[in-house]
Design a protein around this ligand. Structure first.
Ligand SMILES: [Fe+2]
Length: 211
């Protein structure tokens, strides 16, 4: 009988369920738009005190950048919506999309604490000035399944269908001209920047409502 047991083999196929969709865009031919955005942000920063949100250090505009960012801001919002539509399908007809936009100017040492954007469908960020490479300032996206703190051994990682240990946090080192979209419910933040010079990014909240 024991010999019969030795013949047991397992045939199993691993599947990954419930993909979290993010889109890493890199704009080309966008230098004039990016320069116009940068000029608008610098002028507005000199005229307004800014607000505190998830940012620790740095200047965070109000979420009304579409009112003062000119045609360049409108074009950026339109580009983000086009990207979001690639990752979206709605049951009955196209909804109405709308965007709130704000600017972040971050000096060395600034960071953004982990947060999500309640009530929003997609979150997007565009990099106008990404700072020096290799000096921090990465965007990080947290594993929304949140399993690791509940495990007995905190070093545990599930091995994915690609054979690699699953990440608990995904970091993206952005460049000027990158436009990144992710689900607005996904917790994210920005690692401290250790380089020199200011970093400038533009965040967007993309909303939908019934047409
Ligand atoms: Fe955010």
């Amino acid at each position: 009988m024991a010999d019969d047991f030795d013949r047991i083999r397992v045939r199993a196929e691993q599947h990954g369920l419930f993909e979290t969709c993010i889109l890493l865009g890199s704009l080309t031919g966008a230098e004039a738009m990016t320069a116009a955005l940068e000029a608008a942000i610098r002028a507005h920063r000199d005229a307004e005190p800014g607000i505190e949100r998830s940012n620790v250090g740095g200047w965070h505009s109000k979420t009304d950048m579409l009112d003062w960012g000119g045609p360049a801001a409108a074009k950026l919002a339109d580009t983000a919506v086009k990207m979001a539509k690639r990752m979206s399908v709605f049951g009955a007809g196209e909804p109405l999309w709308s965007v709130r936009m704000w600017a972040n100017v971050s000096p060395p040492g600034a960071l953004n604490m982990s947060h999500a954007h309640p009530g929003v469908l997609w979150a997007a960020v565009y990099y106008v000035a990404a700072g020096e490479a290799g000096q921090g300032g990465e965007l990080y996206l947290e594993d929304p399944r949140f399993p690791v703190p509940q495990m007995t051994l905190p070093g545990f990682r599930a091995i994915g269908a690609d054979g690699m240990p699953q990440e608990v946090e995904h970091r993206i080192a952005p460049k000027r001209g990158d436009l990144i979209l992710f689900p607005a419910w996904m917790r994210h933040g920005v690692r401290p920047y250790r380089g020199t010079g200011e970093r400038i990014s533009i965040a967007m909240n993309l909303y939908v409502r019934e047409a």
